[in-house]
Design a binder for this molecule. Structure first.
Ligand SMILES: NC(=O)c1ccc[n+]([C@@H]2O[C@H](COP(=O)([O-])OP(=O)(O)OC[C@H]3O[C@@H](n4cnc5c(N)ncnc54)[C@H](O)[C@@H]3O)[C@@H](O)[C@H]2O)c1
Length: 325
């Protein structure tokens, strides 16, 4: 295995499934990092890594990888149930962590990670990738600029194919997919949620989940996730913000439309944007310069998980759930 050039960060990857491979594909193209090792208990996943990148050291156990490989940071792209244990182990070894969403299955575990990271002075960046999408950033920048007046309402929808219900049978669509919409709503509203009411078309994961939630500041949010579409059929993701003096909408196939100051303006999609590459850029920049303020932190992820928990509670009990402030 080639030694890292002095300026290269040494990066570990835990989880070489579909999304771990997305991370890996970008990492191996980067001149500023070296992939020091990959861990996955699945031999097929490791075979796929070895076939494409035969110089990368592979482990079946992520904790063994963390213990045995000198590194600066780890990207955790394993199923959510394993995130906390791997991240705590990495924090104990003073490694920076880029932690895929949902950072944990519930807010209490994420609060534990936030405390451990703060005590150790370690960077843990939640992998809420849309925070690094140029189109989503544009929408949030415009909403925050004041041109729409006070933000009153956020609507966000994300529809996926029904294979998700088979692939991700161990995790609720609220935690797997709607967590993006929840994070977007928090990002725009800049206020925690005070209540949520949720409905689901069936009891299973192949279903539509519709949520109405209200923030402490009074922003109403309508969030929808469906895992019901046939492959290739799902409509584009869509986010809409309504303010006192106008609105802005993002359709991820077509672009942004701003309704403000008496006119309608079209803003084209950013060309060749790669939100995951941008997220990696930001993570590595924060690792190199600890004075740089991360775009989001574990406290933001905790706020999202509190709403996700309230949504799941509302689905279970068929009633509005109030969140303690
Ligand atoms: N940001 C996004 O848009 C986005 C998109 C997809 C997935 N994700 C997240 O990425 C993570 C992985 O999702 P995926 O789609 O790649 O799932 P996946 O099922 O395709 O892959 C998960 C991989 O992790 C491995 N694994 C399981 N337990 C492990 C452990 N303890 N240590 C190391 N590896 C382990 C599995 O063998 C598998 O290869 C999840 O947290 C998911 O929510 C994020």
């Amino acid at each position: 295995m080639a030694a890292a050039a002095p300026s290269q960060l040494r990066i570990l990857l835990a989880g070489a499934g579909a999304f771990g491979q997305e991370h890996l594909r970008r990492l191996v193209e980067r001149p500023d990092v070296r992939v020091a090792a990959v861990a996955d208990p699945c031999s097929m996943a490791l075979d796929a890594v070895r076939q494409r990148h035969n110089s990368i050291t592979c482990f079946e156990d992520p904790q063994q990888m963390l213990d045995q490989t000198p590194a600066d940071a780890v990207i955790v792209a394993t199923p959510a149930a394993s995130h906390a244990a791997i991240t705590l182990h990495a924090i104990a070894r003073s490694l920076g962590v880029l932690l895929e969403k949902p950072v944990t299955l519930g807010p209490a575990e994420a609060e534990g990670l936030a405390r451990a990271a703060a005590d150790a002075g370690t960077l843990v960046l939640p992998g809420h990738v849309l925070r690094f999408s140029r189109d989503h950033r544009k929408l949030v920048e415009i909403a925050a600029s004041g041109i729409l007046g006070r933000v009153l309402h956020v609507r966000s929808r994300r529809y996926r194919d029904d294979a998700h219900a088979v692939r991700y049978r161990d995790i609720d669509p609220v935690l797997m997919t709607m967590i993006h919409d929840i994070d977007i709503a928090l990002w725009i509203a800049r206020s925690p949620f005070r209540s949520a009411r949720a409905w689901r078309s069936t009891g299973g994961f192949r279903s539509l989940t519709a949520v109405t939630a209200v923030t402490e500041s009074g922003v109403t949010c309508e969030l929808q996730t469906a895992w019901t579409f046939s492959p290739g059929e799902a409509p584009p993701d869509r986010v809409e913000v309504v303010g006192e003096n106008g609105g802005i909408e993002l359709d991820t196939s077509h672009g942004l439309v701003l309704h403000a100051e008496g006119r309608r303006s079209l803003i084209p999609l950013a060309m060749d944007d790669d939100a995951l590459a941008n997220e990696q850029d930001h993570f590595f920049a924060c690792l190199r310069d600890r004075n740089q303020v991360p775009a989001l932190n574990l406290r933001d992820a905790v706020a999202g998980l509190r709403l996700a928990g309230a949504v799941c509670g509302s689905l279970r009990d068929s009633r509005e759930v109030r969140l303690d402030v």
